[in-house]
Design a protein around this ligand. Structure first.
Ligand SMILES: Cc1cc2nc3c(=O)[nH]c(=O)nc-3n(C[C@H](O)[C@H](O)[C@H](O)COP(=O)(O)OP(=O)(O)OC[C@H]3O[C@@H](n4cnc5c(N)ncnc54)[C@H](O)[C@@H]3O)c2cc1C
Length: 258
């Protein structure tokens, strides 16, 4: 059942300091709204005070310097798909973006939103893990960079304070000469939520693997041992099927990157 519109408050952020001050007063950020509005439509959006950060231009950019490619949190899947530097050096980001939802979702949904929504089935986290991403978290007083491998702590629990915004994601430019592999297994080839999502990098005997939908948080591995994954039975699949798919994808990864 749809939510009762008048019981919600939605403010448009004028700029980043305004957004940070409102978040400090208990407002929650809404970016593309593609996750938030699903909850709203279903009558399950518990929090009532929201600040739209969508119009803050400095949060939507892809910047390149010698060390990093840095994405603003509001970078959309479409922005990612159109980026030549990401295609050249971080192709798994582009593949994840191309396999996320349909065109409308790709035009609106943001990478920052995908990270903070923290669905175990989200499609960019496995790619962000293998690329050793860092996320910038900012509040009104200070800012900090956190390794993405440490950001998710438990189901929907993150290293993110209530008064912080995720503002940027930076990818170190040291993986271009690795072999890159990405597979999303869902019910269909398009517009499907992942049953298992696998991102892999390999250079010689070094491997980096990111897995989605196989536990409460996205999993990062530097070995082929899958004993750390904890797939569950849910409406989309069974734990047994997920485990078998993860094993099959590992085999395929090792084969095509050999
Ligand atoms: C039809 C449809 C298909 C979809 N398909 C896929 C798919 O294939 N794969 C997939 O991974 N996802 C999919 N999604 C989910 C969704 O599109 C993504 O998770 C998207 O990236 C969310 O981004 P957003 O900007 O819309 O987030 P919002 O809905 O605006 O926000 C999501 C959450 O993140 C928080 N948040 C947003 N930005 C920030 C920020 N900068 N700092 C702090 N907190 C923030 C919000 O407070 C909220 O809790 C789909 C959604 C729909 C409706």
């Amino acid at each position: 059942m749809r939510s009762h519109v008048p019981s919600y408050e939605l403010v448009d952020a004028r700029d980043l300091p305004h957004a940070l001050s409102m978040v400090g007063e208990g407002f929650r950020p809404i970016a593309g709204g593609t996750d938030v509005m699903v909850l709203f439509e279903a009558g399950k959006l518990v929090h009532k005070k929201w600040i739209s950060i969508r119009g803050i231009p400095e949060l939507r950019s892809i910047d390149v310097d010698p060390g990093y490619v840095t994405l603003g949190a509001l970078t959309t899947y479409t922005d990612v798909r159109r980026s030549a530097i990401l295609a050249a050096e971080f192709p798994l980001m582009v593949q994840a973006a191309a396999l996320t939802g349909g065109i409308a979702t790709q035009n609106r949904g943001t990478i920052g939103g995908n990270i903070v929504n923290a669905s175990p089935a989200a499609d960019t986290p496995p790619a962000l893990l293998v690329y050793d991403a860092e996320v910038e978290l900012v509040c009104a007083r200070t800012s900090r960079w956190v390794q993405y491998t440490h950001f998710h702590q438990d189901y929907k629990v993150m290293d993110l304070a209530g008064d912080e915004l995720l503002t940027r994601i930076r990818l170190p430019r040291r993986f271009a000469d690795w072999k890159h592999f990405y597979r999303k297994v869902g019910t269909r080839r398009a517009q499907a939520i992942s049953k298992v999502c696998f991102a892999g990098l390999r250079r010689g005997d070094k491997i980096r693997i990111g897995l989605g939908s196989v536990g409460p948080i996205p999993i990062f591995l530097e070995t082929t041992d899958l004993s750390a994954i904890l797939p569950i039975d849910d409406v989309r699949s069974t734990a047994r099927y997920r485990m078998q798919v993860a094993k099959n994808l590992m085999e395929e990864f090792l084969h095509v990157t050999a």
